[in-house]
Design a protein around this ligand. Structure first.
Ligand code: ARG
Length: 574
């Protein structure tokens, strides 16, 4: 819609003033300001040295006969408020109703995008802190794919480094290395190994030897390490499935994968004089990075003892993604503590020339999940909350909720919707907040049927399906019916339905998932108003009844698609 309006107004500006100018079309904030606004006149006034009101009035006159517009009003200091014609809106919606993509055209310039998310660590259980990367990352993947990009999911598993020498040595010494173990067994072993490593210097030395053995491919060490990776991947996959993500085991490319590339990275950076030696370590000095003392703060890529660092692996991974996977946009989702790390890696990639201006590098930092006390969300005994436990609790709570609401559902039906409601609510709570911010985790709020929650949106969908069931409506036949818009409630709902494509594109570009949540919430609220004010099944005018059913169907489909893009399912009843 924005594009259509942009073209129309742009043409008008050009024919009045002979200049190319973006008309700056926006949704109007309130119905009295029209449906859309054109905000270009203020900017153009500087260029033309004319009063913005005069500019807006002149363009308005030019647009007067445009068939899409009901009326235009110029408002101070120079806005043009655009009121769309109901018949024109109806015609566009009729077209959208026959389209599986609901009016969202694929973008003109698709890219290959790597999304680096769900970055768990091998041999460690996932905890609540991991949920954000998985949920936000998966929604980003879905959106980018839907608008037409080629998306390559990469989960950058922590599967390499000193900690594995430590853990494997500990398992061998305990005699546990060759038995079957699960990831939850490994958690305590891991903690014990760490304690021994810190307290016992002989053990620490043996652990270091074990790292060397791992790196040089010693068969016993490698086979234990492989077992750890395999068990962990299977465990992560269960969680990914429970969370309805798109991730598969093929998306895992752990740090170990890049190990062989690291010496080449160091050599190349040294040859190009980008990396230098400093106190025996190999470092890269980057403009603009200073330590707390104001001194230049370099990025270390090889330690004095020859060991590589997290940053070295990220340089190699970016090189692989750009040159081998042929990605032109790299998106990383981690918590905000890694901001500096990525800023430095990106700066180094630019300096190196691996990422020229045509490559978009984006780190999406996210805030923490807080408990009711506004501190990082922990169990009562102060342990971090295991993700698996959190997911199980979501389902239990959703079951209780569904039971309290609609007792006409059978036990089997209840169980089948419990997953979609519980997990949906959990994911939505994560998505609806601006991702940079911390958010407070609150079961009662996120599972409420009131407010900006997944159950509220799922409930709006259910209500529409209930109308169709009650009226015994053939939904497919609705999609070719005429739409007639008469009342204010119909008009606002219709304009909002029309806006879906703009929202989908802007969210996919800005990765502002919470704006899609806000849009869907607004849509569901407007539907409730429409439902209160506009009789549907009881309407004796067949054409109006059909049109209202069509508007309901479009609302349901956009809710379903919008939630699907966020990785959340709708249910038919609850
Ligand atoms: N495994 C890392 C961690 O747990 C996150 C990896 C993020 N991705 C990356 N390419 N560095 O902190």
């Amino acid at each position: 819609m924005k594009k259509i309006l942009t073209n129309i107004v742009k043409k008008a500006i050009h024919s009045v003033f002979q200049v190319e100018c973006d008309p700056m079309i926006q949704l109007a904030g309130r119905p009295e300001y029209g449906d859309y606004q054109a905000n270009f006149a203020m900017r153009l006034s500087k260029l033309l040295q004319k009063n913005p009101m005069d500019i807006a009035n002149a363009v308005m006159l030019e647009l007067k006969d445009e068939p899409l517009f009901e009326s235009l009003v110029v408002a101070a200091p120079g806005f043009i408020n655009i009121f769309l014609k109901n018949s024109a809106i109806a015609t566009i919606l009729e077209k959208i109703a026959t389209d599986d993509r609901l009016g969202v055209a694929p973008i003109e310039k698709p890219e290959s995008v790597v999304v680096d998310y769900a970055n768990a660590n091998v041999a460690k259980e996932m905890h609540v802190g991991h949920i954000r990367s998985i949920v936000l990352g998966d929604a980003i993947v879905r959106l980018l794919e839907f608008v037409g990009h080629t998306v390559i999911r990469q989960s950058h598993l922590g599967d390499w480094g000193t900690q594995f020498g430590m853990l494997i040595e500990h398992l061998i010494e305990r005699g546990d290395a060759h038995r079957a173990f699960s990831v939850s067994d490994l958690d305590p072993f891991y903690k014990q190994a760490k304690q021994r490593f810190d307290a016992d210097s002989d053990f620490a030395e043996r652990a270091r030897q074990r790292v060397v053995a791992l790196q040089s491919g010693d068969p016993e060490t490698t086979s234990i390490w492989k077992k750890l990776v395999k068990e962990s991947l299977a465990y992560f996959q269960k969680i990914y499935i429970k969370l309805d993500t798109l991730l598969t085991e093929d998306d895992a490319r752990g740090e170990s994968f890049y190990n062989d590339l690291l010496p080449g990275v160091i050599a190349e950076l040294q040859n190009k004089h980008i990396a230098t030696l400093s106190d025996g370590a190999v470092v890269v000095f980057l403009d603009g990075f200073k330590g707390p003392d104001g001194e230049a703060f370099p990025m270390i890529i090889q330690k004095k003892d020859g060991g590589y660092l997290y940053a070295t692996t990220d340089l190699a991974a970016a090189l692989f993604r750009i040159q081998t996977l042929r990605a032109t946009r790299l998106i990383y989702l981690t918590d905000a503590r890694q901001k500096q790390h990525f800023a430095m890696v990106f700066a180094a990639l630019r300096l190196w020339g691996v990422a020229d201006a045509s490559i978009r590098l984006e780190h999406i930092p996210f805030g923490a999940v807080l408990g009711p006390d506004n501190k990082p969300f922990k169990t009562r005994s102060g342990e971090s909350i295991k993700l698996a436990d959190l997911l199980a609790e979501a389902e239990v709570r959703a079951l209780t909720l569904a039971q309290s609401k609609n007792t006409s559902l059978s036990e089997t039906e209840l169980r089948s919707i419990t997953h979609d409601i519980g997990i949906g609510a959990l994911k939505y709570a994560d998505l609806r907040n601006e991702k940079q911010k911390d958010y407070v985790f609150d079961w009662d709020k996120l599972l409420s049927f009131e407010g900006n929650t997944a159950p509220y949106l799922q409930n709006a969908y259910v209500r529409i399906q209930a109308i169709f069931r009650k009226g015994d409506i053939d939904i497919a036949s609705l999609r070719t019916k005429s739409i007639v818009i008469e009342t204010e409630a119909e008009h606002i709902l219709a304009v909002t339905l029309l806006g879906f494509s703009d929202v989908a594109h802007s969210v996919a570009d800005q990765l502002s998932l919470h704006s899609l949540c806000d849009y869907l919430y607004g849509l569901a609220s407007l539907f409730h108003r429409f439902y209160e004010e506009c009789p549907i099944l009881s309407n004796s005018d067949q054409a109006i009844r059909d049109s209202r059913l069509s508007l309901s169907d479009l609302t349901a489909r956009i809710l379903q698609l919008g939630l699907h893009l966020l990785g959340i399912r709708v249910v038919d009843r609850m």
